[in-house]
Structure formats: C-alpha cells, structure tokens
Design a protein around this ligand. Structure first.
Ligand SMILES: Cc1cc2nc3c(=O)[nH]c(=O)nc-3n(C[C@H](O)[C@H](O)[C@H](O)COP(=O)(O)OP(=O)(O)OC[C@H]3O[C@@H](n4cnc5c(N)ncnc54)[C@H](O)[C@@H]3O)c2cc1C
Length: 447
C-alpha cells in the first residue's frame, strides 16, 4: 500500500454510538476519518428527540458502572462524567400491586460481598428466596459466570432451584432490563456474562448511571465536535447505498451517485442494513448467513407530563406483574413532573394503538400512585428494533468485526461482543475495529 492510499480517510458508515466510538478513536490517533450518517442527526438508537416543545430521548437509557469503554470514551473527548451522569450505588425498588414492594441495596463492601449483603437484606423476599438467590450467585462466582452449553434463563433458574416468586421479583426484571428479551427465550450465557461484569469485579461496576442531560449531549454532539477538531469530517443525510469491493478488497462506498474512495470502511449500521449491503458480495455469504439469524426486540417509552410538583420520590422505580416495568423521574434532567415509563421487549401491547397503550399504562399508574393527577400531556415512542434479541445460542451467529474482505469491518451492538445489545457493546465494537485499523497501519509504517 502506498502513502497516498494511507492518507485516504477511513470511512465510518453510521453515526450511532458504535460508529462514533470508532471515528473518535481514529481521530484521536490522527487517522483521517469521514463519518457518514443517513439521518439528519447523530446517535442512532440512543439519540435526543424533539417532540413539540419538549426535548427527550428516543427511549430512556440507563448505564452501569461496568460500562468501562463508554465511560473512557466520554472522558477521552473531554466530558466530565459528573456533568452528564448521576452515579448512585445499586439500589432497586419494585412496587408490587399484588404483594409487598421488593427492594435491594448493595452494601459498602468489596465485590462480590456488596451484592451478597444486598441479597441477604433484600426487603419483600422470603428468607428462603434470599438464601437461594445468594447460593445462586455464589455458585456462578465459582463458575466465573459462564455456562458451557447455552440454555434459556428460565431453564437455568429452574435448574438452580430459584423459586417462581424469586424469579418474578428479581431475576425476571433484571433479565428483561438487561437483555430486552423474555426469560423463556433469553440466553443464559449472555445473562450470566452481564451479572459477572456487573457484580464480580469492582463494587462500582454495579453503580447505576442515570443520564442528567439528553443523550445527544453525552456522546453524539461532543464526539462530532471532537472528530471535526481533529481534522475528521461528519456528514449527515448521507445514506450509503453500496459497498465497492474488488478482488476481495474494499475500494469505497456509494452514496447514490457519489463515490467515496477508501481502503478501510467500518460498517456501523444496524444488522439488517448491513445485511443488505453485504448481500451482493459472494465472499461475504457466510457473514450474511449469520446476519440472517439475528432478530430484534422492541422497547416502548411513554413520556407523561404531570404538574411540575409531582415527584416519584426516587429516580427510578420498577413495577412487578404489570405492563409498565420502570418509571424514571426526569426532574433529574430539570424536566419537573415528566415521567418516562419503560416497557421492554415484545408483547400484546405492540398491537395496541397509542391511545390504548396510554389508557392501560395510566390505569396501572393510577392504581399504584392514586395521589397523582391525570397527565397534562403524553407521548409514546416505539422503537420496534430497539435491540438485538439476546436469545439462546445467538452468540454463535453474531459476526466478528473483521470480515473476509480486506479493509471491511463490522461494528455495532449486534456484533460478537458477547454482551447484550447495549451502549457498552456498541462502543466496544467500534473501538475494537478502530484499534485493529490503527495497529495494522502502524505495522505497515514500521515495515
Ligand atoms: C428505547 C431504547 C432503550 C434502550 N435502553 C438502553 C439502556 O438503558 N442501556 C443501554 O446500554 N442500551 C440501551 N439501548 C440499546 C442502545 O441504544 C443500542 O445498543 C445502541 O444505541 C446501538 O448503537 P449502534 O451504533 O450499534 O447502532 P445504531 O444506534 O442503530 O446506529 C446505526 C446508525 O447507522 C445509521 N444508518 C443506517 N443505515 C445507514 C446507511 N445506509 N448509511 C449511513 N448510515 C446509516 C443509522 O441512522 C444509525 O445512526 C436502548 C435502545 C433503545 C432503542
């Protein structure tokens, strides 16, 4: 490869968190980069949305202390964590219309004892359930939170003697919250990996990081500014339509009639979009076969604007046995009286229209919080393809970042990070591709 081609920008297709992470990492290492995003804004599935006079996110997001790569990335572009995120030790509270509420709070002890204490002292669980949750987590520590042959989380929990009441009050909400996939189809491998990452290393890994500002201000906008300050370029409204590949090497991409030449391309689009672009190329057939096995699950968020003095009393609250799974109090963002109600994964509610969904949610909230008035206004945001379905055996179909085509890389939450489809998975995959390109270029320079 000659010097001229080395100075050609790397092209990153897609300005979600994976593409942004890749582009920032390249820019940080003085590698010219052009990021092309089809939408009019950056952020992909984690973006800010303007609805009337209100700026919200396309869905309420929660980060964890274990999101090492995401937090490192944010720091690397000059954002102070405490300005954009509110960190609190793990403390969960679930209202249960049929029983007493369940709550769990980790202790100020080193991991994993902080969790052990939290499980032992959890409120709303019987002594038997607390002991059996503790025994489950001790057994998983010994097995390094891994399982050889994947099975559903539901099967794993039955085998591990977790009672139906414990599953309902603890494991089910954790599994749906983390994997956005129902217990009976969720991958035990991915679930255990998530538990291990959050509870088995440092105490702070299980911290909850609530966003204090809109998602756009956490990464997308500051990342774009950073890339441009480092001689990169970010272009919106650029829908990539085709990959130019010759002799199993990338040559560039097409945005309608415009061609961009490149020797390295990071395709950071959602898996169904990547599949369409890879399909015409015979060498990528095995990757396409993997991508065809992937499926998605939705997330619905209802934003309910109450009088400004209405407060939840905590930043987030779960709900058991109801359609509403979590309520977030957005006064943390300075949006007084605004509540975000989250419904993860699929279900009958996806067939209802917005009014029906609202009526159902408001009836549930009325039963749990009868002192609250009717909302002044409301808004439903449905993300039908919110995340990859983390189903049993799915890891074997998640492709690697490197493809059989020289210079073509895949990034995104769906790739083989072994994590559920999260911001952290997306960021890690983007960083990984960028680091492979950086080290290959370094290697060539040294030769
Ligand atoms: C409602 C909701 C709630 C969530 N909650 C959480 C949470 O609490 N915690 C958490 O960690 N994760 C959460 N997630 C998951 C997280 O948002 C995603 O895992 C992450 O944003 C995926 O990033 P990505 O870069 O891999 O993909 P995407 O965000 O999908 O980015 C792909 C980008 O490619 C662009 N693109 C598509 N086609 C083209 C094309 N032809 N040319 C150019 N550009 C193109 C898209 O417009 C998009 O910007 C949630 C997701 C949703 C939707």
């Amino acid at each position: 490869m000659n010097t001229e081609t080395e100075t050609q920008p790397v092209i990153v297709v897609g300005g979600g968190w994976a593409g942004l992470a890749a582009a920032v990492e390249l820019a940080r290492h003085d590698i010219p980069v052009t990021l092309l995003e089809s939408a009019k804004q950056l952020g992909g599935r984690a973006r800010s949305v303007q609805t009337g006079s209100m700026q919200v996110d396309n869905g309420q997001h929660l980060l964890l202390g274990a999101y090492e790569s995401t937090l490192g990335l944010i720091r690397s572009i000059g954002i102070e964590e405490e300005n954009v995120l509110h960190r609190q030790p793990l403390s969960l509270y679930w209202n249960d219309p049929a029983n007493t509420p369940v709550s769990l709070r980790t202790a100020r002890l080193p991991a994993p004892y902080h969790l052990a204490w939290g499980l032992l002292t959890a409120k709303g669980l019987s002594l038997r359930d607390r002991l059996s949750a503790l025994a489950f987590s001790r057994r998983q520590e010994k097995r390094h939170f891994s399982i050889e042959e994947d099975c559903s989380v539901a099967d794993l929990l039955v085998r591990q003697d977790q009672s139906p009441s414990l599953v309902r009050a603890l494991w089910e909400p954790l599994c749906i919250g983390a994997l956005n996939t129902r217990l009976d189809e969720a991958s035990a491998q991915i679930f255990l990996r998530t538990l291990g990452d959050s509870f088995n290393h440092a105490r702070s890994d299980s911290d909850l990081l609530l966003t204090r500002v809109n998602l756009g201000a956490i990464l997308p906008q500051p990342a774009a500014d950073y890339i441009e300050r480092h001689k990169g370029s970010v272009r919106l409204g650029q829908r990539v339509t085709e990959l130019n590949i010759k002799d199993d090497k990338v040559e560039g991409i097409q945005v309608d009639e415009t061609r961009y030449n490149a020797n390295d391309i990071i395709l950071a689009t959602p898996h169904h979009v990547s599949l369409q672009m890879l399909k015409p190329h015979a060498a990528l057939e095995p990757v396409c076969e993997q991508l065809q096995q992937l499926d998605d699950r939705p997330i619905c968020t209802l934003y309910l604007q109450f009088d400004k003095n209405i407060r939840l009393g905590r930043w987030l609250q779960g709900s058991l046995g109801t359609l509403c799974q979590w309520i977030f109090d957005r006064s943390l963002y300075g949006q007084d009286g605004l509540m975000a109600v989250v419904i993860s994964s699929d279900g009958e509610h996806m067939q209802w229209d917005n009014q029906e969904l609202y009526n159902h949610v408001i009836a549930e909230i009325g039963a749990q919080l009868p002192q609250w008035p009717t909302p002044i206004s409301w808004q439903v945001i449905r993300e039908k393809r919110a995340t990859l379905a983390s189903t049993v055996g799915i890891n074997q179909y998640r492709p690697d970042g490197q493809t059989p085509i020289q210079g073509l890389w895949l990034a995104g939450d769906y790739t083989n990070t072994r994590l559920p489809a999260t911001l952290e998975g997306a960021v890690r995959s983007g960083l990984h591709c960028a680091q492979r390109i950086i080290s290959a270029r370094r290697h060539r320079h040294q030769q």
